[in-house]
Write a protein that binds this ligand. Structure first.
Ligand code: FMN
Length: 372
């Protein structure tokens, strides 16, 4: 793992090792993959503004999320079915997060039970649990009752951006990036498919009738854990979320890694909109972002624009596919090292010092069509 220098190299190795099924599950996105591509490209359009002659010897990349201290301004977003990528599954991801004190958000569609995932948690390790509200609410109520009994889980992450599934066409279009890598490999995938399946299976299916008030009231009846709403894609919805404080304590600006509605905006667009039209929300809620993170410079740019922390989805699964828990650890290590050196080179000694004046985001601001 030590020889892997970048997330691109991790993905390349995982592509060689994974079965076609596991690879396409991780890689795929909705429609023409425009949102997935833009999630990465947007960071490349933001330029850094390094300040010089600042003592860069000490640099602290720890921060807090919902008041919990975390070792990194980076967290693992909820990703389903991790055991497809490696038998270590979600427990492997959790173990890697423990090494860095990073927040780990468990998917409602994880391939291991939540109790199993937190079983080897390090003292003080912080988890979130992501919930998809089910059509038959009693199914979700039973899940919440279990989660309420797991002390390491400190928040419910309510995903709201997928009332109906996105359209993925990768199977029909072929697997060019996969086949290209595999053409030179004599033995195919090293990691056999396990009999991975969702550990908390849904009978009634995900609900498509959820609405703000009723859903949040219902949730408050079934858990006292703070809520983070995942999948906010406009400043208007960020403003609405803020009216539900203190029950709602955070939002994740996310287009689900481009997997649901193609051409939905990258999180950075929504963050810039919030800065412009309702900056008070940055003080009222912890704003997290995910989508397209490949470099520590991406992490720092998001922090400069007001994100409290930044999530990775596919990168964690590529790490798992490349080397199990050690692969995820390497992914977090690469990002942590790059984040720290970017902050040092910018003259930023702690996460809360990263500010708007450290970036030039004008190219992206000009791309944002939503003007008043
Ligand atoms: C294979 C895969 C499975 C995912 N499963 C879930 C899930 O169960 N729940 C959820 O809220 N988001 C899910 N997501 C979305 C991630 O939480 C996250 O928003 C996204 O992956 C971030 O983009 P990135 O992959 O470019 O980092 C999934 C993403 C991937 C790639």
């Amino acid at each position: 793992m030590e020889t892997l220098q970048s997330l691109d190299e991790v993905e390349h190795l995982a592509t060689r090792r994974l079965s076609k099924r596991a690879w396409s599950f991780n890689y795929s996105a909705a429609g023409d993959h425009i949102s997935k591509r833009l999630d990465q490209e947007v960071y490349r359009s933001i330029l850094l503004r390094p300040r010089v002659f600042i003592n860069a010897q000490e640099c602290d990349i720890a921060t807090t999320i919902l008041g919990h201290r975390v070792g990194l301004p980076l967290f693992v977003s909820p990703v389903a079915m991790a055991r497809l990528a490696h038998p270590a599954g979600e427990a492997g991801i959790a173990a890697a997060c423990a090494v860095f004190g990073a927040l780990c958000i468990i998917s409602n569609n994880a391939s291991m039970a939540p109790e199993e995932i937190v079983a080897c948690a390090a003292p003080g390790q912080v988890f979130g649990f992501q919930l998809y509200v089910q059509t038959d609410r009693t199914e979700s109520e039973a899940v919440l009752a279990r989660i309420n009994n797991i002390p390491a889980i400190k928040s419910i992450v309510l995903t709201v951006d997928e009332p109906v599934p996105g359209k993925h066409e990768i199977g029909e279009r072929g697997f060019e990036p996969y086949d290209e890598v595999h053409k030179d490999v004599t033995s195919q995938a090293c990691t056999p498919d396990t009999d991975a399946r969702v550990a908390l299976p849904s009978v009634s299916g995900p609900a498509s009738d959820v609405e703000w008030k009723d859903t949040l009231q219902w949730l408050a009846h079934h858990t006292s854990l703070p809520i983070i709403i995942k999948g906010i894609q406009t400043y208007e919805d960020a403003q609405i979320a803020a009216t539900y404080t203190p029950h709602v304590r955070g939002i994740i600006l996310s287009n689900h890694g481009g997997r649901v509605l193609d051409t939905a905006p990258p999180a950075i667009h929504t963050l810039l909109e919030i800065r412009r039209y309702c900056p008070e929300v940055l003080r009222e809620l912890d704003i997290l972002v995910d989508g397209g993170i490949r470099r520590g410079t991406d992490v720092v740019k998001a922090l400069c624009l007001g994100a409290r922390a930044v999530g990775i989805g596919r990168a964690a699964l590529w790490g798992l596919g490349a080397g199990g828990g050690a692969g995820v650890e390497r992914v977090l290590q690469i990002l942590a090292q790059e984040t720290r050196s970017c902050m040092q080179l910018l003259g930023v000694r702690k996460v809360s010092d990263a500010g708007m004046h450290h970036v030039n985001a004008r190219i992206v601001e000009n791309q944002i069509y939503h003007r008043y």
